[in-house]
Structure formats: C-alpha cells, structure tokens
Ligand binder design. Structure first.
Ligand code: NAP
Ligand code: SF4
Length: 677
C-alpha cells in the first residue's frame, strides 16, 4: 500500500508513535453473533482474516463486556478471565498473519442489556429493553472501572494491538454522560465534569493498565440525538480530557440506539455526519475516525482529503466486500461489491439473535462453510441462467468465477431486475450500486449476456448441461371489480416511469413495496441526495446550537395525498424489518399518508376506490389512481417443458418461491446452488 494511486489519503499510512497503521481503513465494530461462544472463534478468525487479507489497517471486534452486568444478552460475549483470553489468540494470530492489526471492543451495555442483571447510572428504564436497570453504587462504579482495565489487560495478553472503549450509541458510558439517564447527585452525576468522570477514569486506568505502546481508542458520541443530549462544549471538553488521559484515537459515534433519527439506514445520505467529526478534529491533536454511511473509496477519500478525519471506519462495507481496500488501492473500485445499507442480513440478523451476514455477499460470516472452489479441469459445464435479477446475477457470477461457461438471458434491456425498480425509490439509490457491481463482474468474468432476449425451450434445450431459471416474479393482480379501470397502475409501471400518478392516490397492499411506493408518491425528489434537506426532514441540527443535535422536523410537504390500505387488521408495516421498518413508518407518517387497515376492496370505478373498512363501514376514496402492490406470483413457465425435454433445471429466487420474496434469500440461494454445481 502506498500514499499514491487513486486514493492517496485513504492508502497513506498513519504513524501512531509506537506503531503504524498501514492505511486509513478501520473495520468498525460489528456484532456478528460469533463472539458469544469460543466454539465459534475459528469462524470469527476466518471472517477477520479475510478482511485483513483484503487490506484493512485495523479491525475492531464486536463488543465484549467487561463483566456480567455489562452483558448485551444473557451469557453474551465477555472477556474477564485468563482462560477466555487464551481462546482469542486464534483471532489475533489470523489477523496478524496478514499484517493487519486488531483491537478488542470493550462494551458495557448498561441499561441496553437485554438481561436482568443490567445496571446504569440511574434506575431509568430504556425504551428498547424490558429490563429496568439497577443504579450502580459508588463502590460498584469503581469495580466497573477496574473491570474495564482488567479486560484491556487480558486483550493485550491475547495478542490484540489495542482496545476500543465503547462510549457512544447510548451504552453505559453514554448513560453517565447525559442527564437523559444520569440523575445522580454524587461524584458521578450532576456537573459535566462529574458525568464525564466515568469515561475519563476508564480511559486513564485502561492506559495505566496496558502501558504506553498499546492502541486505546475511545468511541464517543458526537450527536446523542435524544432529549437532554450533551452540549457541544461538553463533547469538546470530554474529548480533550480523554486525550489527556492517554487515549490514542477518538472514534465518533452518532445517535443513541433509542434515537428516533435514522443514522445508518440506506436513506441516510452518504457521509451524513462527517461534518461533526471534522468539528471535533479541530479541538484535539490525536487522530479522529469518521463513521456512518461511508461506503465507497471516493467518499472516504474526500472526507480525509477535506481534513474532516484521519481514519475512516467502515463495518458493513467490509462485510459486503472483504477486498474493498485492495480493490480501491489497485484502481479497481468499480469492482467493489458496495454495501447498500439495507441492514437485512447484518443488523436485522443481529437483533434476531442470528449470525450476521450480508445481503450482497452471503459468504460474510460464513467464510469457512460457503466457499466457491474452482471446478476441476475437464468438469466445467455449459450453463444457462435465465433472468438477470439479483438471483440470476449472483448465480452467474459465482458459476463463472468457479470456471463454468455461463450464458445469461435477460428479457429486459438491462440487467438488475427488481433492483432497478428499488433504485428509483427515494432513499434507495444505493441499490443501483449492486447492479453496477454485477455488470462489472459479469463482464470481467467473460459471461455472455443476451439482453432483450426471452429465452425459449428450443434455445435452452439444446446444448446446455444445466439451466437455472431465475425468471423472477410477476406482480399479483387482485380480483377486485374494476381492476382493469384506467385508474389502476401497477407498482412496476409507476416506478419504471411508464405510468404517472395524479394528486390523489390509493395504494393497495402495505408490504415492503406498498411502503416503497408510498415514499415514491410523497416525494418530489430524494432528500438522501441532499444532506441539508435530509437533516431538516429528520430534525438533525448543529450541536453547537442544539444540545444533542436534535431539533424540530421540517420536511417538504408531500406533492400528493396518499391512502395506504391493507386487508388485515393491525398496524401497517408491522412486518417490515426491525432496523428499517420504523424509519419507513416514521417517514410516511411525516408525509401525512393515511393508513387504512381492515380494508375490503369493493370496486374501482370513475369515482375512485370503494372500500368497506372494519369498524367503520363503507368508504369511497376519491382518488385519481390506485397503485397495486399486492405481492407477487412466481414466473416459471419454462420449468416444466424444460424438465420434460430432459434438461437439468434449477429454480431460484422469486421463480422458486415468490411469497415474501426478498433479495437476501434470492442471492443466498443462488450463491449456494452455484457453489455446488
Ligand atoms: P408483501 O410483503 O407480501 O406484501 C403484499 C401486500 O399485499 C400485503 O400487505 C398484503 O396485505 C397485500 N395482499 C396480498 N394479496 C392480496 C390480494 N389478493 N389482494 C389485495 N391485497 C393483497 O409483498 P411486497 O410488498 O410485494 O414485497 C415483496 C417482498 O419484497 C417483501 O416480502 C420484502 O421482503 C421485499 N421488500 C422489502 C422492502 C422493505 O423492507 N422496505 C421493500 C420492498 C420489497 P393484506 O393481505 O393484509 O392485504
Ligand atoms: Fe450492507 Fe445490507 Fe450487506 Fe448489511 S446486509 S452489509 S447493510 S449490504
């Protein structure tokens, strides 16, 4: 790696005095689900080793609690004994074998602990955990600080190059820093100095315990994004005290987990918060790390070149592509499999107690079990893949990578399938990156792609050893009288621009696509592409004028009046994903979308959409258009004739099962099949 090439700031080494980081990329902490049991450490080691081989400078592990009170969940990850430290050696050795460094994150969950032993500054329950914390006594605070120092010492003995003290995102240290939770009147509460005492003492005693030649990172909250958040003066004061206490690097966290402002989902603009990291950098002389929604080398480079940070933290982008750094450094950025910030296979898995992986890279977290071995010489097959949506693109690239001769048939004029539609939804622009990645990959791998070609049995039946049908889905047409009325539009036609909606619109079906369509209808353009506008929409302000960075929301009004309907009773959007559903619900509520559960669709005519609404009776929505988002049916008419003709056929993605189709399942299924053929 050198400080030349296309990203000279990103690839420049950073001298920390006692050691040097080989470039500016830090793999940010992320809980994978492999941390909780030492029996999973071989997989965790393989996961980190792949990212180390791909060129990162420094990895930070998922959080390890310093004691039981600090557990995220019962019997969750903890590092508190010599025996436990020994089991970490395989992880640190695996990273060092590729000349990268690794730090252990010490995370005390405080009142975010999903467990009955949880503690906090005061006995104030968090809105995101059912357990009321016990307030730590002054003696217990002292013991907690000792526990941090012990974990840091154990990390050093386990071969780690450093530790990161998690002091942001609303965890224990943050719960002392802010009056939002800290109601104490002893030495650990009240004045800013008292509230900061825990953070500073932990930093000082960790430094004292590990000695001078060990990296100590402190992750501090830049914007709490909750009421009674810290003022900017307090943030600067804390940063300077931490520097004086011996911290080597400051990482910057954004928002408590309970904040009602999205901070990492795909509709958050890229590098949305690097400006606040830049502000902090002016106040300290130690290196500062920028984080949150930095997913391309261009964005990372511009933050560094603009002087907003010394290092860039990326976690999800390295799940998506372990070779991110190597590809960027080699001038092959267009080959990077970009994280689209969907959260579907990473954070949504973590919150469901499942192992984290990645929608666009199903190997993430499964490096030892899902492998793509080259086919033995003489065993390459001629394979046709029909359909170039997410499933087809994934299958074709894995097959070609393994050495098979692959031909893709796509009926549309371009590859991408449903992702091309998703990319047209305001706030989902990132989905276009996946199409770009696959386009580049198919071309590099020499896959023959026939666009605008509807393959038939004759074409597919002759000559191919295997045919993979990734023909996707067709939108379901519900049986409603008047469904052929000119007012009716399919979501496909609306999103691809072939139909336009009037000023009043009813949406039938409130699944993921009904919500996406509601976002599309209530925006004239995408606030994701304009940081200032996005901040106004979500009420994010400069912490210098607004403590915690929180203010009133001021969004642009919706250009349309929209009614979103579903047949079932209950809350609309309750089936949306855990970490993103609330953002969609809040977004369309802010735009004034009318929600109608318990709808029975009677007919559509010149007057509009006639409904019966449970508990209310008949109702007429006098709308200009009705957009149908009623789910999908599989498209697989080629399967039977091909099988009858004796062709080896596999169905993947929506063509296999359309119900609850999602790209995560499609790409994983495609990749697993392609790994075995
Ligand atoms: P979906 O989630 O299955 O939702 C279909 C909706 O249509 C349901 O609300 C259903 O609710 C209604 N419906 C089903 N049959 C109907 C009928 N015969 N008549 C009237 N209404 C009917 O499907 P989707 O919205 O098309 O999304 C497909 C998949 O794409 C999702 O499962 C999701 O994984 C993925 N996706 C997710 C997101 C996201 O999370 N933001 C966005 C886009 C796509 P009722 O039966 O109650 O009426
Ligand atoms: Fe990024 Fe989505 Fe993969 Fe998570 S699942 S790493 S958000 S692309």
């Amino acid at each position: 790696m050198s400080a030349t090439g296309p990203y000279p700031h990103l690839t420049a080494p950073l001298d920390l005095g006692h050691t040097t980081l080989r470039n500016r990329v830090v793999m940010g902490s992320m809980h994978t689900g492999l941390e909780d049991r030492a029996s999973h450490f071989p997989q965790l080691a393989a996961y980190f080793a792949e990212r180390a081989a791909g060129g990162i400078a420094l990895a930070i592990t998922g959080g390890f609690a310093p004691n039981r009170e600090g557990w995220l969940s019962p019997f969750g990850s903890r590092l508190a004994t010599d025996g436990a430290a020994k089991t970490h050696r395989q992880i640190t050795d695996a990273v060092h074998a590729h000349d990268a460094k690794i730090a252990l994150q010490i995370l005390h969950a405080g009142r975010y602990g999903y467990q009955p032993l949880c503690v906090s500054s005061s006995a104030v329950k968090s809105p995101i955990s059912p357990f009321r914390p016990r307030a730590l006594s002054a003696a217990a605070v002292e013991r907690t600080i000792d526990a941090y120092a012990r974990t840091a010492t154990l990390a050093r003995s386990a071969g780690y190059d450093g530790v990161e003290i998690m002091g942001s995102e609303g965890y224990l240290i943050n719960q002392f820093l802010s009056r939002h939770v800290n109601r104490r009147d002893d030495d650990w509460g009240g004045s800013a100095e008292n509230r900061q005492r825990l953070a500073v003492e932990i930093a000082a005693r960790v430094r004292e315990a590990v000695g001078p030649d060990f990296i100590v990172i402190f992750r501090m909250s830049m914007l709490d994004l909750i009421p009674d958040g810290q003022s900017w003066d307090e943030t600067v004061q804390l940063a300077q005290s931490l520097q004086a206490a011996g911290v080597s690097i400051l990482n910057t966290g954004i928002g408590w987990h309970e904040a009602r402002v999205p901070t990492i989902v795909t509709s958050v603009p890229r590098a949305a918060f690097s400006w606040v990291t830049g502000k902090l950098r002016e106040a300290v002389s130690i290196p500062v790390i920028a984080s949150n929604r930095i997913n391309t080398p261009e964005v990372a480079e511009s933050i560094l070149a603009g002087g907003q940070a010394d290092l860039i933290s990326m976690a999800r982008p390295l799940l998506a592509d372990p070779e991110f750094v190597a590809k960027a450094a080699a001038g092959r950025a267009e080959e990077i499999n970009t994280c689209i910030a969907c959260n579907q296979a990473c954070l949504d898995h973590t919150f469901a107690n499942r192992r984290a992986s990645c929608l666009v890279n199903p190997r993430a977290g499964r490096e030892t079990e899902l492998t793509y071995p080259p086919v033995a010489s003489g065993e390459a097959k001629l394979i046709a893949v029909v359909g170039a949506g997410p499933a087809g693109m994934a299958a074709a690239t894995v097959l070609a990578q393994r050495g098979h001769a692959v031909t893709v048939y796509e009926a549309e004029a371009r590859i991408g399938g449903q992702f091309n539609l998703a990319a047209r939804v305001p706030g989902k622009e990132e989905y276009a990156e996946t199409v770009r990645y696959f386009e580049t990959r198919l071309s590099r791998l020499g896959v023959r792609v026939h666009l605008g070609v509807t393959a038939d049995v004759d074409e597919l039946g002759g000559g191919y050893d295997v045919v993979i049908l990734a023909t996707g889905v067709t939108p379901r047409t519900p049986e409603i009288p008047g469904i052929d009325h000119p007012k009716v539009i399919s979501y496909h036609a609306l999103l691809d621009g072939s139909a336009e909606a009037g000023a009043k619109v009813a949406v039938i079906g409130a699944g993921g696509i009904g919500f996406d369509v509601s976002e599309f209808l209530t925006h004239t353009d995408s606030p994701t592409l304009d940081r200032e506008r996005w901040m106004a929409e979500w009420g994010v302000a400069d912490p210098v004028t607004h403590p915690g960075g929180l203010t009133e929301r001021h969004g642009a009004p919706s250009p349309r009046e929209v009614w979103l309907c579903q047949r079932s009773s209950g809350r609309l959007g309750s089936g949306l994903a855990k970490t993103t559903g609330w953002v969609h619900r809040a977004s369309i509520a802010h735009k004034g979308v009318h929600l109608i559960p318990g709808a029975t669709y009677e007919k559509i005519d010149d007057a509009g959409l006639h409904l019966q609404v449970a508990g209310e009776g008949p109702r007429l929505l006098e709308v200009d258009h009705v957009v149908i988002c009623a789910g999908q049916e599989p498209r697989r008419e080629l399967a039977e004739p091909l099988s009858t003709a004796g062709v080896s056929v596999h169905l993947i993605g929506g063509a296999d099962v359309a119900a609850e189709l999602d790209a995560k399942r499609a790409i994983e299924q495609a990749s697993r099949l392609a790994a075995t053929l």
